[in-house]
Design a protein around this ligand. Structure first.
Ligand code: NAD
Length: 276
């Protein structure tokens, strides 16, 4: 089984650089899919209260017989709980649903600027980390001005910002900001959510042919070489295994630059100023 690198977080913990996302995995299928992912070798699962499958993720991890310390679990505060000022209640409900003792990484799912509560919510998150109920805390879908405000008004810098990131939306400016502040970049939709013909793009196809791997592996390898954490999703065991098998080849500087040049600053998902 391929060895997955772990990256340091500013909390002192480490995170496996490749995880498994369960967005849109039906709750009825989630336990089986996550058990498959753990068997294939994933040790990092990314869920959210909004995905409505936290209990099934927890059940799969408990059923796996793996040591709890060996599986990294992320979940996220749902926007309506955030907007209502219910971070404490929502966090406890996630702890109860997962039933794994602690949460490795708890994220504010979206900044919801219309509610103007993310600084207050972040202060509540700091207490989760202080008491070890969440080992690391971070944010998701935050733009640079949101991060600047958090850093200026609160004591703790987020361990990660989990954002939409793939070749046509590769976020170079945000990644630079993260690097300057010790925030790890986590890429959601790392394969573009299948919403454009990423795997048919020439630099991706060429690199796949040159290394004898699939286009998906090329894109995920590009993320790893940029230093991103990735959490691709697939319900097929074969693709799960493929998406974890990324350390047997390396993209050249030219191949990296050709994929970087695909950036069009084009989102395929929602805009953080608008999602509520
Ligand atoms: P993704 O980019 O991982 O794309 C998933 C699609 O790619 C699926 O259709 C899948 O069938 C296909 N695919 C996966 N592996 C493949 C392979 N090897 N070859 C060909 N096709 C392949 O998109 P995603 O699921 O939206 O994102 C991944 C995870 O990110 C989610 O499951 C979730 O955990 C997280 N996420 C977070 C947010 C957020 O707001 N924080 C938003 C969306 C997703």
């Amino acid at each position: 089984m391929a060895e997955i690198p772990r990256l340091p977080l500013n909390s002192g913990a480490t995170i496996p650089q490749v995880g498994f996302g369960v967005f849109k995995v039906d709750p009825a299928d989630t336990q089986r899919v996550v058990e498959d992912a753990l068997e294939v070798g994933y040790r990092h699962i990314d869920t959210a209260t909004g995905y409505e499958n936290e209990a099934e993720v927890g059940a799969a991890i408990r059923a796996s017989g793996l040591d709890r310390e060996d599986v990294f679990v992320t979940t996220k505060l749902r926007n309506d709980h955030h907007a209502a000022g219910d971070a404490e209640g929502a966090f406890q409900r996630s702890l109860d649903a997962l039933d794994l003792g602690w949460i490795d990484l708890y994220l504010i799912h979206w900044p919801v600027p219309s509610a103007d509560r993310y600084v207050e919510t972040w202060r509540t998150f700091e207490t989760f980390a202080e008491h070890g109920r969440a080992r690391s805390i971070g944010v998701s879908n935050f733009l640079i001005p949101h991060l600047e405000r958090l850093i200026a008004e609160a004591g703790t810098v987020p361990a990660v910002n989990q954002v939409e990131l793939h070749p046509v939306f590769s976020q170079p400016e945000l990644r630079r900001f993260h690097a300057e502040h010790g925030i790890l970049t986590e890429a959601w939709g790392p394969l573009g959510q299948g919403k454009y013909d990423l795997f048919g793009m020439e630099p991706v196809r060429n690199a796949a042919a040159a290394h004898g791997v699939t286009p998906a592996q090329v894109v995920l390898r590009w993320h790893l070489q940029l230093g991103n954490v990735v959490i691709p999703k697939s319900s097929s065991r074969e693709r799960m295994a493929q998406n974890l098998d990324l350390t047997g080849f390396e993209l050249s500087d030219e191949e990296m630059a050709a994929i970087d040049a695909l950036n069009e600053d084009r989102r395929v998902g929602g805009h953080p100023e608008e999602v509520s």
